[in-house]
Design a binder for this molecule. Structure first.
Ligand SMILES: [Zn+2]
Length: 50
């Protein structure tokens, strides 16, 4: 089985969970994260930057 390119990333089942984690990260680490649905695993990840 091929390893997904996103296997190292945090994955969330729903956008709601991903967005909640993004808010926490922003508060704790002062980083802006954006949730997006992954084409590889169909879960939600967080992306930094633009
Ligand atoms: Zn993924």
């Amino acid at each position: 089985m091929t390893q997904l390119p996103c296997s190292e990333k945090l994955a969330f089942d729903t956008k709601k969970q991903a967005d909640a984690a993004a808010v926490v990260a922003e508060l704790q680490r002062n980083v802006k994260l954006k949730s997006y649905k992954c084409n590889h695993c169909s879960l939600w990840h967080l992306a930094s930057g633009s």
